[in-house]
Structure formats: structure tokens, C-alpha cells
Design a protein around this ligand. Structure first.
Ligand SMILES: *Cc1c(COP(=O)(O)O)cnc(C)c1O
Length: 482
């Protein structure tokens, strides 16, 4: 497979246009014209179709194979939500269309989707109000941290510190830091949960917030959450819930009921938009009543006559954090997904996600080291420490899995687990698929003992084999694809 520019043939055309046979009305001023031809490749339509179809067949995705990438929830997303998002009435809407018009409006349906999605997310998470504006999980965290900063400022609280567990997703400290806070890290105890004896004395007048993920990135649920909330609230510190992955708790646990003050959720993990492809996402943020006045504008309100309208008059708002109303089509897919599954369907999602993760966990625990034993939630973390004794590392295991037709799990995260392999099977996978994965992982574990030297050659089935990853980033070389 060559890059498309290498296939270019001078003079070849994809579309043949006839000579212009009508008068040219206005010549473009020469200062706006190119002085050189655009550097485009010259190909026929068939060349282009073959090129991109070929590339698409090299793509690996959840629609083609198993993709157990921990912390990313690469689950199958039902096509009905894509169909709904592609409906002309939604996809052709311009964000500047008037909200209200005599004789009806073109945007009432879209506004009602945002309004009702906010209500659904409030019910799912136990919060009082939501904004759909943030465009990603990290953007939601930043928005949440800005809300907390606005809250403390309004109250005259001089608080600078945000406490974050050492297993947290890297975006947590980054978002809090960009919002102007200092970060203090709290260690994880032996049981894989935040070390309470270290945490409680850290909380004082200086504490603006504690950011938590529960279940945390080790896939473990923290039952001490009320204690932590009480300790934080005693100093008017806010409790932030990183809800990027809600797969384990839908219909089971509501962060709002555990006294969390702010939450973001990733629609592009749990709610029907795939994560990890670099495509559009959405990280709606939910708050309790005492933070609602700070939410970004605009907000969708439902008037007493049933008309939906955008409202801007919130003097304490942190202002705009995204153009228009966020990634509307991602919100629309989440809305359709929630309605499609219904309450019981959402409960089934979390029950099956947890069941599948525990099935994998218990099937592999005798082959790979388990840093934190016990029941896991939607994902499980192993360590390849045992295999490193033979010189086989987590990365080698990941590459070996590629040759077995499966996407590797997340490796080397969470950072506190040496040689981490983080598996999130998700609820959408069948037992047969899980059994194939488990068998592959067991075979790899055996091979790491009997033939460790072969691992450095994996993967062998891909267009390119093992790369020098540092060089590949810093010194791009296209010669291998000629
Ligand atoms: C994915 C993830 C994030 C960040 O979400 P993005 O949309 O990638 O910015 C934050 N926290 C956790 C726990 C995550 O898994």
C-alpha cells in the first residue's frame, strides 16, 4: 500500500468538466488567485476509491474485532443511534436558525433533545442540573474545575488545592492545574482504594476540591465515599466525580446520592459514541443546586407554555466554553441510546459489563499477576511482572495479541501498577468472544515461559512489524509503504 501522492500521475483527472459555455460574469481579482497550482494528487475516481477502500480494510475497529481497551469502553454502539443522528431534520440544522418563529420553529425538536438529555443524565447520576456543552471528558473536567473555582470565588473562599489519588487518569491533574489549582496527590492503599488515613489529614481550609473516579482506574469501587464527602464538605471543599466510564454503575449507584457535587460523563464511552477514534465526543457536566448558577451559557429552558428557549441571562455563569451547544449529534445519539435501552436496559448494561470483566479476571488470575485481588467492576487490571522474569513485557504481550486478531488491552496504565494490562471487555461481547480472548491470553502466558525469545518479533501479521516507537514519532519514514 502506497501513500496516495505516490500514485499520482500528472494530467490524470477524476472528474471531466465541459468547457464553460456561459459568459463569465465577474473575474476574480488577481490578488486572490494562486500563483502556483495547488499541490494535489492527480488520480481517477477508481484510483481514489481503491485507495481509500484499501485503507478502510486495514482499519481495526470494534465493528470488526474484539477491542478490550481498558478505561476507553470500546463497546459496540448500536447502529440505530447513528441512523437517528443522520436524520435530515437533525443533521441539516444550522446552529443559528431562529429558536422561535411565528407558525412553528425549526429548532424546537433539537432544543427538546438537549433539554431532555440533561434531565436523563440528572436522573442517571443523581445531580440537579447538567450542561451538554463540553466537547470531551477532559474538557468536562476543566469546566467542572472552573465551576468549582467560580463557587469558591463567589463565597470569598481562598482555596488553592485539589487532591487527586495517584491512580487517577492523567487528565484529572492537568484539568485542575489549567483551571489554576495546585495538585496534591494522595496514595492508594493496599486494597486498591484511596488511603483514607492519608487522605483525611490532607483535607483543610485550603482544599478546593477532591477529584475521584469510582470505580477507580483499577476497576475497584470505593465504599467509603460518604466518609470522604463528609470530610470534604466540613471544609466546604467540593467533591468531583470523574464519570468518564459509567458502564459499571448505570442504574446501580448515583454519584449525586453519595454527595458528589460535580460530575462529568463521557457520552463517547458509555452512551453510544465510540471512543478512541479521535472523532467527536461530548463530556456533559452535572452539578448540585449550589453550583447551578455558574454553569456555562447558553442553557436550554422550558417555558411554562411548553416552548424551549435558549437562555443567556446567568450573571454568575462561567460563560462560553464551546461554540453553540456542544457536539449536538453526539448528544443526540446518547439521547436515542438511553430511550432505546430504557431503565432496565441500562441496568442490564452495567450488570453484564461487571459480569464480563469478572469472568475475564477470574479466568486469567492464575496466569497473570493480580495486583489488587477481589471483585472488580467493569474492568480488571493484571500485571505482567511474572512474565518479565523471562524478559517478556506488557508491550510484548500486547503485540502478541495483535497477531491473534485482537486489539491489545491498555498497557502501562494505571501508572501505579508495574507492567499493567488493563482489560475492559464491555457488556456487548459474547461469552464465545471472551473465551477466545482468554484462550489467547493463556497461550501467550505459556509461550512467555517456553519461548520468550520469539516475543520481540511480534506482531508479524500487520503491514508493519515492530517499530522503534521513539523514532517512529520523531523521524517519520514512509519508505516502508512503497
Ligand atoms: C477517558 C477518560 C478521561 C478523558 O476523556 P477524554 O474524552 O479522552 O478527554 C478522563 N477520565 C477517565 C477515567 C477516562 O477514562
Amino acid at each position: 500500500m502506497s501513500i496516495i501522492f505516490k500514485k499520482s500521475v500528472p494530467g490524470r483527472k477524476g472528474v471531466q468538466l465541459p468547457e464553460c459555455d456561459v459568459p463569465v460574469l465577474k473575474k476574480i481579482d488577481s490578488k486572490y488567485l494562486r500563483s502556483e497550482d495547488a499541490q494535489l494528487c492527480e488520480l481517477s475516481e477508481l484510483d481514489i476509491v481503491r485507495h481509500f477502500t484499501g485503507l478502510s480494510r486495514k482499519n481495526y475497529g470494534v465493528d470488526t474485532n474484539f477491542y478490550p481497551l481498558g478505561s476507553c469502553t470500546m463497546k459496540y454502539n448500536p447502529k440505530i443511534t447513528e441512523k437517528i443522528a443522520a436524520l435530515d431534520g437533525f443533521s441539516s440544522l444550522h446552529p443559528l436558525l431562529p429558536q422561535l418563529r411565528r407558525g412553528g420553529s425549526l429548532t424546537q425538536g433539537a432544543l427538546s433533545v438537549i433539554y431532555e438529555l440533561e434531565q436523563q443524565l440528572c436522573e442517571i447520576t443523581g445531580m440537579d442540573a447538567f450542561t451538554t456543552h463540553p466537547l470531551a471528558g477532559a474538557h468536562g473536567e476543566l469546566t467542572g474545575m472552573m465551576l468549582i473555582a467560580a463557587y469558591h470565588k463567589k463565597k470569598g473562599n481562598n482555596k488553592k488545592v485539589v487532591i487527586i489519588p495517584d491512580e487517577a487518569h492523567g487528565t484529572n491533574p492537568s484539568s485542575a492545574s489549567i483551571a489554576g489549582f495546585e495538585i496534591r496527590s494522595v496514595p492508594t492503599g493496599e486494597n486498591g482504594r484511596i488511603d483514607l488515613e492519608k487522605l483525611i489529614p490532607m483535607i483543610d481550609q485550603n482544599t478546593a476540591a477532591i477529584m475521584m473516579t469510582n470505580p477507580n482506574t483499577l476497576g475497584l469501587f470505593n465504599p467509603d465515599i460518604k466518609k470522604i464527602a463528609n470530610a470534604a464538605h466540613a471544609f466546604d471543599a467540593m467533591l468531583y466525580y470523574d464519570g468518564a466510564n459509567l458502564n459499571a454503575i448505570l442504574g446501580k449507584f448515583r454519584p449525586g446520592d453519595a454527595d458528589f457535587d460535580v460530575i462529568h460523563v463521557n457520552l463517547h464511552k458509555t452512551f453510544a459514541t465510540p471512543h478512541g477514534g479521535g472523532g467527536p465526543g461530548a463530556g456533559p457536566v452535572g452539578v448540585k443546586k449550589h453550583l447551578e448558577q455558574f454553569l456555562p451559557i447558553s442553557r436550554v429552558a422550558k417555558r411554562t407554555d411548553g416552548i424551549y428557549a435558549l437562555e443567556y441571562n446567568y450573571p454568575d455563569s462561567i460563560g462560553y466554553i464551546a461554540p453553540f451547544y456542544g457536539n449536538f449529534s453526539v448528544c443526540l445519539k446518547a439521547y436515542a441510546y438511553i430511550l432505546n435501552l430504557g431503565a432496565q436496559g441500562l441496568i442490564d448494561v452495567s450488570e453484564n459489563a461487571v459480569l464480563n470483566a469478572n469472568y475475564v479476571f477470574h479466568s486469567l488470575k492464575h496466569y497473570y499477576e493480580v495486583p489488587y485481588p477481589g471483585t472488580c467492576m467493569h474492568e480488571c487490571v493484571f500485571s505482567a511482572r511474572k512474565q518479565t522474569e523471562n524478559g517478556v513485557h506488557a508491550l510484548d504481550i500486547a503485540k502478541a495479541l495483535i497477531d491473534k486478531g485482537m486489539h491489545p488491552p491498555t498497557v502501562y496504565f494505571p501508572l501505579i501498577v508495574k507492567e499493567a494490562l488493563m482489560v475492559e471487555p464491555t457488556e456487548t461481547e459474547s461469552k464465545e468472544t471472551l473465551d477466545t480472548f482468554i484462550a489467547a491470553m493463556i497461550e501467550i502466558a505459556h509461550r512467555a515461559e517456553s519461548e520468550p525469545q520469539v516475543f520481540s518479533d511480534f506482531p508479524k501479521t500487520t503491514p508493519v512489524s515492530r517499530l522503534d516507537e521513539t523514532k517512529a514519532v520523531k523521524n517519520m519514514d514512509f519508505s516502508y509503504i512503497t
